[in-house]
Design a protein around this ligand. Structure first.
Ligand SMILES: *Cc1c(COP(=O)(O)O)cnc(C)c1O
Length: 458
């Protein structure tokens, strides 16, 4: 018999839907370090960021004090198309694992972009529109963020220029076409459209690109085109703020049915879904009202939290962006070519980095074949084909549930299921064919990346 009398899928009523985002920084004693200017090393002020970001988003980026920030009505209206997302009691998975643990997942894949990224994309597009801008630029790797921003821009009638990492542009045509269907222009990066793109193409002929490089191009394109600003889908404080909608809904659903999680698990690339999922729970933890075990799960091939350095580093390869203090593998770090599972960014959200540094959460690195093993197990019993990224969290949740089986503990586990894997079937194909391999970077590999981290002690 379940400890909970809960529906398989918990939906919130309309009057239970959060109307404000929660800003976890307000409750942090050690605030995340400010973004700094790479030249002067001074913390960036509002005016410094104005050429890059929309005004209101800069205010959110800099706001370390206000715990609640109202969600604009237009954004709330858009959220209604696909939110609230269900919190599902994974009874079939529990049964398959024969575990006394209770597993719940918050599923963010119920929209065309297929992931949680739309939660921030629609907010960012809204503020750009409100400021009277003509359009926005961004980068995308496999394409989830670009797809989300394309949808959001199309809703508000903004131009959207996406620099897509070349290897994905060529090998992952499907998301590219979703972006174009929503009216975005999609350029493979490095391109010949920007100074930095031309420079990288010259230095590394035939390069298939990287996220860090695409970011540089998108920032350059935004700052050199009147009426444009740049938008970023993860890492930044503002993105975690928007993604807090995930955690607020989860918390409301838990409170509604008396569910008290012991463990909260999310995958971590740049940290936005995890930051959003844990925010309200972390707030309680920071205020001393409750305790939770919080686990960030990252790929063993891109282990920024578990093996990176906590230091100021560039957010992009071209060094055109502000610098952030975060766990980083070095801005030149590119995961091994056999890595198929996403979460490839070299750094981590400064908020999560600080919380991790202060011991409020833990981190774990997992190998991709074990991630896909978990993905397949989950897909077969819960009926959702999970994104490879999300499957990192599934892996850790299954591991925790199996520990409970050993100890007999009836722990309650919540995991963030960030998206669907429909466009990741090349990776599933490799797994199904038995050709997927693992690569754990050696200390020597990592040392190369660390050598590029500037020596800044602030
Ligand atoms: C982008 C993405 C992630 C990782 O990004 P975070 O900012 O770390 O959340 C995870 N899952 C899916 C499905 C994504 O699209």
């Amino acid at each position: 018999m379940s400890k909970f009398e809960v529906p398989y899928k918990i939906y919130l009523d309309e009057n239970e839907i959060p109307q404000s985002w929660y800003n976890v920084r307000a409750d942090m004693k050690n605030k995340p370090a400010p973004l700094i200017h790479p030249g002067t090393l001074q913390p960036l002020k509002f005016e410094d960021m104005q050429p890059i970001f929309c005004d209101e988003l800069i205010r959110q980026e800099l706001d370390d004090v206000n715990p609640y920030i109202p969600i604009p009505q237009e954004v709330q209206d858009f959220y209604k198309m696909y939110r609230p997302s269900p919190l599902t009691h994974a009874v079939f998975l529990e049964k398959a694992l024969d575990t006394p643990a209770h597993i719940f997942y918050k599923f963010e894949g119920n929209n065309t972009s297929g992931s949680h990224k739309l939660n921030s994309a629609i907010a960012q597009a809204y503020y750009a529109k409100k400021q009277g801008l003509k359009g926005v630029t961004t980068e995308t790797g496999a394409g989830q963020w670009g797809t989300a921003l394309s949808m959001a821009c199309s809703y508000f009638g903004l131009d959207c220029k996406v620099f897509m990492v070349k290897v994905s542009y060529e090998q992952k045509p499907f998301r590219r076409e979703v972006m174009r269907t929503y009216g975005a222009s999609v350029t493979p990066s490095p391109s010949m459209d920007t100074n930095i793109g031309r420079k990288i193409n010259e230095e590394f002929p035939g390069t298939t690109g990287s996220l860090g490089c695409a970011i540089s191009e998108a920032v350059e394109a935004a700052t050199s085109t009147p009426g444009y600003r740049y938008e970023l889908g993860s890492v930044l404080n503002q993105v975690l703020l928007h993604q807090s909608i995930i955690g607020l809904e989860t918390k409301a659903a838990c409170d509604k049915y008396g569910i008290k999680p012991d463990i909260i698990i999310g995958c971590a690339g740049g940290g936005s879904n995890l930051g959003g999922l844990i925010s309200p729970f972390m707030g309680e933890k920071l205020r001393g009202e409750a305790d939770y075990q919080i686990i960030a799960v990252e790929p063993a091939s891109c282990p920024s939290l578990t093996r990176g350095k906590f230091a100021y580093d560039f957010c992009d390869t071209g060094k055109v962006c502000p610098m952030a203090k975060m766990y980083t593998l070095g801005h030149d770090f590119i995961p091994s070519a056999n890595h198929a599972g996403g979460l490839r960014y070299h750094g981590m959200s400064p908020v999560l980095s600080q919380l991790y540094h202060d011991g409020y959460m833990e981190a774990r690195a997992v190998e991709q074949t074990s991630v896909f093993e978990a993905a397949v197990q989950f897909a077969r019993v819960e009926g959702i084909l999970p994104a490879p990224e999300s499957s990192h969290a599934i892996r850790a949740a299954i591991d925790e549930a199996l520990k409970c089986k050993e100890t007999g503990e009836e722990k309650t586990i919540i995991l963030g299921l960030t998206g669907t894997g429909y466009f990741d079937l090349k990776a599933y194909e490799q797994y199904n064919n038995g050709t997927m391999s693992d690569y754990i970077p050696t200390d020597e590999d990592l040392a190369k990346g660390f050598a590029t981290i500037p020596d800044i002690n602030l």
